[in-house]
Design a protein around this ligand. Structure first.
Ligand SMILES: [Zn+2]
Length: 298
């Protein structure tokens, strides 16, 4: 490995205005793509392989470049004509197709639409070229007017690489910290939610241990009411299953236990006999019941 410093000269491109590496000659820019904000012009930048903006030959290059843009702009009508001719040919081709019975499957309206779309698309494209070329000429003319000699920038590639590495590491550290903070906040939220549901469950357990007013509902109507203290939620669910089965059997016909629609049943438990809605502390319907069954037979 060489102990020599890896120095790269860079200069501003006359056309795209970006900083690019210079070739070994220290004067001309390396090949690079042309991109602009509007993004319609791509391919090689017109400033590539030419002198950088600070070079004394830059104004002459820019004048040539402007000339080229003007020539291109002047050629636009001819280009439009050739596109129009192509479209006309297409139209003729379509007419021929239409006359030929073996092309009967071609959808005429679709083809006409296609041709019309092409016309609009090309018209837009030419418009865009006109606008784009004009603004490129204005920028280049200003670049000539503002020109002054600027020496290329010498960049120590190792230093730059280190700076890039450091910036990346710093960005990563920031991201890691954000991720950690996010995970922590999420864990806190989860713990809080668990705590809440635990305390809700504890409240329910405590409430059930008092003498409470119970009502068994079948298809929306109260079919049995009683007062009872439960050992807890599991006890209440167990009692619920029993009274539900008893009620089902009491309906008379030969029925097998549990062959009923659990959606038909509900258990309401209230602190006060005629407890308002807010006092209704316990109601079981299909999903909690299934969950309860699972718990009971664990
Ligand atoms: Zn460029």
């Amino acid at each position: 490995m060489s102990a020599e410093k890896r120095i790269q000269l860079r200069g501003v491109c006359c056309v795209c205005g970006r900083l690019h590496a210079l070739k070994k000659d220290g004067e001309t820019l390396v090949n690079h793509g042309y991109t602009v904000e509007w993004g319609y012009f791509d391919g090689t930048c017109g400033g590539a392989n030419n002198v950088h903006y600070g070079h004394s030959a830059a104004p002459a290059f820019l004048a040539d470049y402007i000339e080229g843009l003007r020539r291109f702009r002047e050629s636009l009508p001819t280009r439009i004509e050739s596109v129009e001719a192509t479209l006309k040919n297409k139209n003729e081709a379509y007419q021929q197709m239409k006359a030929d019975p073996s092309f009967s499957y071609v959808d005429g309206s679709q083809m006409r639409l296609e041709i019309a779309n092409l016309r609009v698309r090309f018209a837009n494209l030419w418009e865009l070229y006109h606008v784009g070329i004009q603004s490129m000429i204005v920028v280049a003319e200003k670049a000539i007017a503002d020109w002054k000699a600027v020496a290329p920038v010498a960049v120590d590639l190792d230093v730059e690489a280190r700076e890039v590495r450091e910036a990346k590491a710093q960005a990563k550290a920031v991201k890691d910290a954000e991720r950690k903070a996010k995970a922590l906040a999420q864990a806190e939220r989860k713990a809080k939610a668990l705590n809440n549901s635990n305390s809700k469950a504890a409240k329910l357990e405590a409430a059930l241990k008092e003498q409470v007013h119970c009502a068994l509902l079948y298809q929306g109507a109260t079919v049995k009411s009683w007062i009872q203290a439960f050992a807890g939620e599991r006890d209440a669910l167990s009692v619920y299953a029993t009274v539900r089965a008893d009620h089902w059997l009491s309906l008379g016909e030969p029925r097998e236990e549990l062959i009923y629609n659990v959606n038909d049943y509900a258990l309401e438990v209230r602190r006060d006999k005629d407890g308002k809605a807010g006092m209704c502390i316990y109601q079981v319907c299909v999903m909690p019941t299934l969950a309860a069954y699972r718990r009971m037979f664990q």
